[in-house]
Design a protein around this ligand. Sequence first.
Ligand code: GTP
Length: 342
Amino acid sequence: MEATYLPNPNDSNATILLMGLRRGGKSSICKVVFHDMQPLDTLYLESTSKPTSEQFSSLIDLSLMEIPGQLNYFEPEYDSARIFQSVGALVYVIDSQDEYLNALTNLSMIIEFAYKVNPKIHIEVLIHKIDGLTEDYRIDAQRDIMQRTGDELLDLGLEGVQVSFYLTSIFDQSIYEAFSKIVQKLIPELPSLENMLDNLVQHLSIDKVFLFDVNSKLYVATDSSPVDIQTYEVCAEFIDITIDLDELYVDENGEQTNKEIKSISRLSNHSLLYLRQMIRGLALVALIRNDDENLNDMDSMLTVVNYNVNLFKQALMQMWQNSKFVKKTNDVNESLSVDRLH
Ligand SMILES: Nc1nc2c(ncn2[C@@H]2O[C@H](COP(=O)(O)OP(=O)(O)OP(=O)(O)O)[C@@H](O)[C@H]2O)c(=O)[nH]1
């Protein structure tokens, strides 16, 4: 394998390694989630023949590495130990519409190896392409896959290893939900972020609030109330609408204005959708209860929301700068790239 495909172990990026048998859906997931490809267009994707790696910067700098199913990365020419040592999460994709027993054997072999060289690795299994299965069959498949994986790990003496399972499809929001949870585990500041979002919910009439990565529509944090997939969908679509509208605005020189993006929309049930651009490609999107018909009352409510969201943004900036500082001091010999606030 060429050296360029290896994640740098000194890299401050959190690396996600995407693995699984051929045609499982790995490239499709990357293209749909991170490159806005329409799910149906993935039908024509060619099988990947070489490992690929790409960078995404969000609150943290992420890299996503895909190892094609047709490679045997345990051959001596691949430095598998080095790969696994430097990844934060191993995401293994299983095609649930296909015979999956081989995939499960392959998965346990990879877990055994990965866990040995990196006991801190998060192991995440996507039971993928569930769009083709009935509701009952999905639950059966999940139960069967979890049971068999558990048995295989027990046989290998690895019963303590934590493995998370997700039912996913690129044709609905499930892949975004799964990937959001996977990325969240790699963000060390997550508990503080969740606390800050809970604080917003407690003090304002917010039903749900997300901190979104605008490009991928993954949420890097949310308050602690359960995520309802419809609310997620409405909030994610609101980002697209806001950005489309924002692109229409130009200044007197015909150039795009560089102001902070902010948008509020009133839904037919009187609730408000509220979006504010944060730092590093993030946006805060909240669903706010609003029982007041009176527009003056609504204005004063929004003033309080704006004030609190400003404080949140400042805290977020502080948090990011501190985390950069910690990384720098941990990594004195490493010349860090200078990140820029968006
Ligand atoms: N029904 C369905 N098909 C999917 C889904 N995700 C991917 N596919 C299809 O699965 C096929 C294989 O997808 P790829 O993304 O090329 O698979 P891969 O794992 O990258 O395969 P290799 O490159 O050979 O390792 C494509 O025809 C996709 O359209 C899904 O969620 N549901």
